[in-house]
Every structure is written in C-alpha cells, then in structure tokens.
Design a protein around this ligand. Sequence first.
Ligand code: CO
Length: 496
Amino acid sequence: MKPVQFNNTVLRDGHQSLAATRMTTAQMLPAAPILDGMGFAGLETWGGATIDSCLRFLGENPFDRLRALKKAAPQTPQLMLLRGQNIVQYTSFPDDVVEAFVRADAAAGQDIFRVFDALNDTRNLATAIKTVKACGKHARGEICYTTSPVHTVEAFVKMGVELRELGCDSIGIKDMSGVIAPRVAFDMVTQLRARVGLPITLHTHDTAGLGAAAYLAAIDAGVDIVETSIAPFANGTAQPDTLRMLALLEGHPRQPDFDRRKLAELREYFTGVYKELGKFTSPDNERVDSDTLIYQVPGGMLSNFRNQLKEQNMADKFDAVMSEIFYVREALGWIPLVTPTSQIVGTQAMLNVKFGRWKTIAPAAADIALNKYGRPPGTVSPELIKLIADRTGQKPIDGRPADALAPRMPKLREELAAKALPTDDEACVLWAMFPQEFAKLHAPKPAAATTTAAVIPTPPPVAPVPAAPLPPPGPGAHRYRLTIAGQTTEAVVEEI
Ligand code: CO
C-alpha cells in the first residue's frame, strides 16, 4: 500500500488561521530549506489572504515573497490558494485579469494552483484552470465541503467529474470549516476515487477537533495527500500538526516516513515565531470548539463575530445572529460559507437581527440572490428575489458572471503608466485588486541618513497619516466594520 503523502501548510494556512496571516517572509526563510528537505509532497506558501496581508500590513511585495521562497526551497512544489474568478479578492474580475494573474504567478515559480469557487460553480473556475494548464502547471480543482440538505456526497462527486472535464490534474476536498465527519470523508474519497479517478487531497481544519480523525478515515479510503502544519501554527482553527498526524498513523500500513528530529526542530523554530506574533494569536483559535458544529459556521468567523457583536453592542444577540446565519444561508440557496460568502452572509444576518429580516439588504447579499456570484447550489428564496426586484428593479442573471465584465488589462496598464508605476502583469494584477496598497508599496521611501547625527539634525518624528475616513453614512445607510480571519473591512451598507 502506498504511503500517504503530506503537504505542509505552515507558511500559508497555518499562520492565516492562527496568527491573522502576519508571518513575514523574513520569519519564513530560515525554515524554508528545512521544510524543503523533509519529503513533503508540497508546501503551501501563497494565496488566500497572504497577498492582501503582504501589501496591507507587512509592506512586502507578495511576488518577491514567492521568488524568495522558491529560491530557499527549490525542490518541493509550492501551492497557492486561488479564489477562481475572485483571484484573491472579494469580487469578480474579468477573464483577462485572471489570466494575467495566473501567468505572472506561474512565472514567479508557483507549481500547484488550488482553485476554488465559494459557490462551487465550476464556470467560475474554468478560466483559471485553463490558464494554469496553458502555463504547464498543476491545477487542483477544489470542492468546498459544507453541510446542507443539497450538499450530498453524490453532488460533490458530480462536481468532481466536472472538474476533471475542465482539465484538473487532481481534486481537493476543501473543508474550510473543519466540519467533515470521518465517515463522510471516507465515503467522499471512496466515491471520488471510483468515479473521478484523479489524485485526491483532503484539506481540513481542526476547529471542531475532527481534522485528524477525518484524515485517518480518508487515508483508509485511499486519499493520496492530506495537509498538515507545524505546531504551534497547527491544530485548533489550522491543520493538524505533522508530528501528531504521524503518531496517529503509527502501525498504519500507509504511515509515511518523516525525520521526527527535524520536525521537532521546526516546531521549536516556529514556537519562537509564534511568540513574536503573539499580538495576533488567540486562545479562542487554539482550542477545539464544537460550537462550529452547532452553528455550522467556520471557526475563525465565530471568534471574530463574538468581537464584532460586542463592538455593535449586540453581544446579547449572539444566538439570534447565529441562527439567522442559518436562515440567510438557506434563503441564498445554501451557499457554502467561505471567503467571500462567509463575510456576506455574516453581515446580512447581523443586519436582519438588528433591523428586522430583509429590512436592510446588503448589496453583496442581493448580488448572491441575483446569481451575480454564480449559481447557488440550492434554490434562492423567491420572496427574497421579489423583494429585491421591488426595491431595485433588478432580476437574477442567467449567464456566467464574468461574461458581463469587460477586459481590463489595457486600462490597468494605462493607469499604471500614468502614475509612472511598473506596468507588467504583476503590477497590473496587484493594482487591480489592491490599488492603494500597491501604490503605497511603490511610494518613494524617505532617504536614510548617511552622515553623522552631529551634522544633520534628527528630523522630527513623522506622524502616521490616518486612513481617509469613509464618508458619513447617508440616510438609510449604516456603517459596519467587519473582521473575518484577521482582515478588517469597513463598509457603508446602503439600504435597498
Ligand atoms: Co484552509
């Protein structure tokens, strides 16, 4: 029996799940060569929230991070997480921007692209997958796992077949909330192997304490790869720890061979990094939390929601908002809760509890109901569609959402040229997604003092420039600050 393989996630999902995506390239580089020599099938190092975090919080160019990590760990394939047509943002981009992003990323050294869509609408994955293949890279089509009356093993297997037809090299089961039960993992892997026939990876989180058991069941069913991290950036809301997973496989015919001494060294190294990032870690994320099973929402979303409700003076409404999430999800056709839908459903549930059901509809929630994010897995509430039509005159769309978007690359290049910024594909895609942060990255740095302080007086400290405040909400509008998985967004939600 072939040993199971491990991908390691410590450099992406590990710190995204437990330390608000704040690990810097400098903190990663010492560990990269050791990770490279361990025999992992892949290292997840990029995508998800890391690009946003590099630009917004760390002042790093994310493509430079990838190049540095490729140089430090050249042997092991590196993985990224790509949100299909959303790339690594919350809204849809035209095909030419998605293509340019994949091309630039492939050129910078990316090997494996984990491509997913929050609605599991494979039309939103087609452009990315096609481009990954055109670049000669590995496309791993992800099935977002969630539980609902419409999410049966049969439906997931059907999606697996679609992903194979789109040209994927392998299939990933992406259990972002850590809610897959071991027996379901066993059944899904068994069915996907029998009917899709591509290599399968299971990706889960230990949020509810099911992760390692789900991996074990999937390994029994013949899964090719499972994804583990390195403690303390492991367990809790992140992936199970590699050493822990090895111990769990003791005596198992598929136990892989890893140097445990080196793994212990890595754990020691990352313990230091975890301490450095102490401001961004929380015991709430480290412990097993079965609430995620009760409320059926991702663990990270739960802990952030508790804080947000406190900020909105709605702490006593926690149970009401949580059950409203369930209701909103059903009304929106049982969409999986993963970025960006988790943010959208969470906000709408909060609005419903605060102002009454559908009294205020967030534009993004209306867009989901109108199929603007893609086809929801179940039926959208006809009452909600009617309500939106009555208030805005908008009707649901039929086609692939990106078909409605005009190409943007020539315009992006023009805009960058006008600002005397770089105009290559890398610059264009970052500019398209994070214009302010990208411009800040290229802003001239203050010149460093080169002579003695005795000659040149020390300049007074420069006060940080506060971010431009949002305009005050107009009549019928409300302002919300939403933090999910360490990312804070502020939005004025208009009433429609
Ligand atoms: Co994950």
